[in-house]
Design a binder for this molecule. Structure first.
Ligand code: GLC
Length: 602
């Protein structure tokens, strides 16, 4: 059994030759949402100096990489995912000197920094877009401009080129008076989509990426990267576009999202390969991860296969959409472990021979998994946070921890619309309640409490003080979004020294990823594929095999048949074979209590 020192799995393990097992294959990434992480200057807004002051905490947890959500200059309509200047830091977060200091201080502690890269769109306040509003400017073709629908007066209701809807509500087209045309934005009207068909756009982006790499960052998390190639033909026409007309897609409630026209277009592989050459050739020690909502699983296997030279990993969405009716976030269906398991199994399988998975349950766009799939009640919170952590971290791939997940932070449980800040949540309320009268205000508030992205965005809970240590207790301004009142119990100060805390459990999970070859690289195989409560699988490598079984329910249940058989075949239960478990001990009487789980050498 391999346990102990941090290993380089490239030395120990060759899965099958196709995946070269680079450094990130047994790394753990920690996502920082800077505006909610640590405020250093009392303005109620997290900043880079705040992050620097918490680097020792992060190094202590043991993670390898910090992924920073955007800190670039931005009007902040989508909390920084609307970038107005890629090569400057927004004053709300600090200065470029602060950024350089963060890089130095992080590297000193062995932590790598991965920046968010938002290049499917910019802010409408970016100089490129401003210039593009002039038809005669050399940037005229840098965005997706189209004339009004035939026979309609531009700028009047119904004159948009077609009925495509934005993911944030309303039309995906906005009229620009100066240009006299409409521009495409899959997200808010302040996030116009860039035209990647134009080689000058691509060149400018690669130049900017190189500038950041030269500054010392260690890679990029690429926002909605599968959307950079639209489904255009060789003349740059969108699907069905003819004589200035672009047909609608099947619509739901008036608008339909442009998903089919704007995801994984024919040039995606070409663009990603070109980017790899232009930015990463000759560099080492970096990583790339692309966010890819809606990408087909097979494509994940292809794009992350190193042979194709595109991306190291991708964030898939299948497993965070299985509990949404018709892929609609706002129509939740109850959690069933079978739904999660089925999709995770497919996601694992597609990269089992080549390519690599990124493992996540939570991020800044998802409600907290603990409240969503687990049980955040006082009695069950710690157990179910550990159970979900154990489940995720025992899969094959690179695990991602979202800030506060390691403390067992919960959803915000907001009750008033005024408490929400997220543009998507506020727009969807307006659209479905006020405009379409599809749901009652009470129903929508209930859905927001379950699903709003703000659930993950409340300030990091450092201590039990007035603002949870996020901002100084005597700060003159309130934090930009309310601190969760449960910070009196759930906070880093209380957990770091407690061996039974969620924090200590995560620390151990991270350590296992670093030191145990089976956890890092072992083959993944489902057992008891249909059990109603227990999610079980094995990991095997060389002659070693681990059985992982997690009870994802609040009841005591028997260890399912195949898992029980594997346990029995390895002889009498033996503490020495237990790698980790939620309770710290072996299962008793062939049963698993509520939210219990274990990893055992069989
Ligand atoms: C990604 C980001 C999300 C943002 C969207 C538009 O999904 O993670 O926060 O709103 O892209 O940039």
């Amino acid at each position: 059994m391999v346990d102990g020192q941090r290993m380089t799995i490239a030395d120990d393990v060759r899965t099958n030759g196709a995946t070269p097992n680079p450094w990130w294959a047994n790394a753990v990434v920690y996502q920082i949402y800077p505006r909610s992480f640590q405020d250093s200057n009392g303005d109620g807004f997290g900043d880079i100096q705040g992050i620097i002051s918490r680097l020792d905490y992060l190094a202590g947890l043991g993670v390898d990489v910090l992924w920073l959500s955007p800190v670039y200059v931005s009007p902040q309509v989508d909390n920084g995912y609307d970038i107005a200047d890629y090569q400057n830091i927004d004053p709300r977060f600090g200065t470029m000197d602060d950024m350089d200091e963060l890089l130095r201080e992080a590297h000193k502690r062995g932590l790598k920094i991965v920046m968010d890269l938002v290049v499917n769109h910019t802010s409408d306040e970016h100089a490129w877009f401003r210039a593009s509003r002039d038809k005669n400017d050399e940037h005229a073709d840098w965005y997706w401009w189209r004339p009004a629908r035939k026979g309609h007066e531009p700028g009047t209701p119904g004159a948009e080129p077609n009925k495509w809807g934005s993911y944030f509500g309303g039309s995906a087209w906005t009229y620009d008076q100066k240009r006299g045309e409409y521009y495409l934005h899959q997200y808010s009207a302040k996030q116009p989509d860039l035209n990647w068909e134009n080689p000058k756009v691509r060149k400018a982006i690669y130049k900017m990426m190189n500038w950041w790499m030269d500054r010392g960052i260690d890679g990029f998390r690429m926002d909605v990267i599968a959307e950079i190639s639209k489904r255009v033909d060789s003349n740059g026409k969108l699907p069905g576009e003819q004589g200035g007309h672009i047909p609608d897609l099947p619509a739901n409630h008036g608008y339909s999202t442009p998903f089919l026209a704007c995801t994984d277009g024919p040039r995606l592989d070409e663009f990603l390969r070109e980017m790899r050459h232009a930015v990463f050739d000759g560099r080492e020690g970096y990583m790339t991860v692309g966010e890819a909502p809606g990408i087909r699983l097979k494509r994940d296997g292809y794009i992350t296969d190193p042979v194709h030279g595109e991306l190291d990993m991708m964030f898939l969405f299948n497993h965070v959409l299985f509990d949404c009716k018709n892929y609609d976030t706002w129509t939740p269906v109850p959690f069933k472990v079978d739904g999660l398991r089925k999709i995770m199994a497919k996601e694992q399988k597609v990269v089992s021979k080549a390519g690599w998975a990124s493992l996540y349950f939570s991020n800044h766009d998802q409600p907290r998994a603990l409240s969503r799939w687990g049980d955040d009640s006082e009695a069950m919170r710690v157990k179910s946070a550990k159970a979900l952590g154990l489940l995720l971290h025992m899969h094959r791939g690179t695990p991602y921890i979202y800030e506060g997940e390691e403390l067992g932070m919960t959803n915000a449980h907001f009750t008033q619309l005024e408490q929400y800040r997220d543009i998507q949540s506020l727009n969807i309320y307006k659209e479905r309640v006020d405009e379409q009268h599809r749901v009652s205000p009470e129903e929508m508030m209930d859905v927001l409490a379950k699903r709003s992205r703000d659930n993950a965005r409340t300030p990091m809970q450092w201590d039990g003080g007035k603002y949870a240590g996020f901002t100084a207790a005597d700060a003159s301004v309130e934090p930009w979004i309310a601190v969760n009142p449960n910070h009196d119990v759930i906070n880093a100060e209380a957990e770091v020294g407690d061996p039974d805390s969620v924090y200590s459990f995560y620390k151990r999970l991270i350590e296992l990823r670093h030191t145990n070859a089976v956890v890092a690289a072992g083959d993944w195989k489902l057992v008891d594929a249909h059990d109603e409560h227990v999610y079980a699988f094995t990991r095997s490598l060389g002659g070693e095999k681990l059985l992982v079984a997690v009870n994802c329910s609040g009841q005591t249940v028997p260890i399912p048949r195949q898992a029980a058989k594997l346990l029995a075949s390895s002889g009498k239960l033996d503490e020495g074979r237990l790698l980790i478990s939620v309770t710290g001990s072996l299962p008793v009487n062939g049963q698993l209590g509520p939210w219990e789980g274990f990893v055992y050498y069989v």
